[in-house]
Design a protein around this ligand. Structure first.
Ligand code: AMP
Length: 213
């Protein structure tokens, strides 16, 4: 199945993506990850993309669309794909319509929603290990010793953008950019809203149900 997943930071998109990949055995196509991989390998695409990413800008559509087109036509996408981080604008959604043909069309859009006050709790309580990257939460998944990683003993820290103020800005940006994309797929009748404020297992049940249809 060809799936598009959408949701703001803190909606649990990463967790649901992992489960979908495992359950349906399809590749994860994250444009952000692909750019990071290209930057790491210093490819021509990576060098160009880096300039935009460093300035906090979107990579031009011509490059992004070509990269996605190439990726969804690879053999491992024959049973479907999970698209993440693309399309991020209406022109990208329209471009996807043109390149995703012959069985590559998006079939369902999972829209993970979480009320703002719940996102605040999730995001501001998040702590990461400086050494191994393990993720904790002060309320729902605290480390055994305050400020210290259970896995490696490293120091835990809070990401500087995991604050209410930054979250408010990120949410506004997210809504501003994704609304036209959501509306586009709503008109096509492809959007399934997932209440991602519930515990993980309940969210997963909703996702499985949506994909089972
Ligand atoms: P992400 O990890 O999805 O936040 O992506 C990291 C960066 O990659 C973004 O800030 C953009 O600069 C770039 N990027 C990722 N996806 C896209 C896209 N669909 N269109 C343009 N730029 C993108």
């Amino acid at each position: 199945m060809n799936i598009l997943i959408m949701g703001p930071a803190g909606s649990g998109k990463g967790t649901m993506s992992e489960r979908i990949l495992e359950h349906f055995q399809i590749p994860h196509i994250s444009t952000g990850d692909m750019f990071r991989e290209n930057i790491k390998n210093q490819t021509e695409l990576g060098l160009t993309a880096q300039k935009y990413i460093n300035e906090g800008k979107l990579v031009p559509d011509s490059l992004t669309v070509a990269m996605v087109k190439d990726r969804i036509n690879k053999d491992d996408c024959s049973a479907g794909y999970l698209l993440d981080g693309f399309p991020r604008s209406l022109p990208q959604a329209e471009a996807l319509e043109e390149i995703a043909v012959n069985g590559k069309e998006v079939q369902i859009v999972l829209n993970l929603t979480v009320p703002f006050d719940k996102l605040v709790v999730r995001i501001t309580g998040r702590r990461l290990c400086k050494q191994c990257g393990s993720i904790y939460h002060t309320l729902s998944h605290p480390s055994k010793v305050n400020g210290i990683c259970d896995e490696c003993g490293g120091e835990l820290y809070q990401r500087p953008d995991d604050t209410v103020e930054r979250l408010r800005v990120r949410m506004k940006e997210y809504e501003f950019t994704t609304k036209p994309v959501l509306d586009y797929y709503l008109k096509k009748g492809l959007v399934v809203d997932i209440d991602a404020s519930l515990p993980v297992e309940e969210v997963w049940q909703q996702v499985k149900e949506a994909l089972g249809k």
